[in-house]
Design a protein around this ligand. Structure first.
Ligand SMILES: [Zn+2]
Length: 125
């Protein structure tokens, strides 16, 4: 039987923990927003996506499976196009989409998000 992935190694969980450590409060799974962002800062209007390197075709780790290569290329390309469309749909009503790669160091990503949050918190009232 295949072992279940360890929950605490999940990049999204690690990022949430790093954000909590920095005193940030947020909601998870913004199901009412385009693209269902993983982490949402409602007042600052920041929508965070933790993108998997394979499914979102990371420039560093994105790979194409050897079987059905053309099919995968079309599918992953469509994912990238859809990501951009969701970002546009978020920007229109004033949200800021932020994408974090699953390969990003959670503490670095959390530092970046805190800076963005501090800036937007003061701008949007
Ligand atoms: Zn990557």
């Amino acid at each position: 039987m295949q072992k279940m992935p360890r929950r605490d190694t999940n990049p999204e969980v690690q990022l949430r923990r790093a954000l909590h450590q920095r005193g940030l409060r947020f909601r998870i799974h913004g199901t009412e927003l385009p693209g269902r962002p993983d982490i949402v800062f409602p007042r600052a209007r920041i929508a965070v996506f933790v993108d998997g390197c394979f499914w979102h075709y990371c420039p560093d780790h994105g790979t194409l499976p050897k079987n059905n290569r053309d099919w995968w290329a079309a599918k992953l390309e469509a994912n990238v196009v859809r990501d951009r469309a969701k970002d546009d749909a978020l920007r229109a009503p004033g949200w800021l989409p932020v994408h974090v790669w699953e390969h990003d160091e959670p503490s670095d990503a959390a530092d970046t998000l805190r800076s963005i949050w501090e800036e937007r918190r003061n701008r949007i009232r």
